[in-house]
Design a protein around this ligand. Structure first.
Ligand SMILES: [Zn+2]
Length: 58
């Protein structure tokens, strides 16, 4: 990922990755935070596209 495409949103918010599956209707839109359940707790482990399930691990 190149840094020059990062948008500044302020407040220390981290940049959200986008879907890079060209066949996906969610292409170039934000991915959603995905979690795994571990010891009865939900732990964020990456980002996932709600449409094509493209997964980007942390
Ligand atoms: Zn997608």
């Amino acid at each position: 990922m190149s840094e020059k495409h990062l948008r500044r949103k302020g407040q220390g918010e981290t940049e959200r990755p986008i879907c890079n599956n060209k066949r996906c209707i969610n292409y170039q839109h934000d991915l959603l935070r995905s979690y795994i359940r571990k010891n009865e707790k939900f732990k964020p482990n990456g980002w996932e596209c709600p449409d094509c399930k493209f997964k980007m691990w942390d």
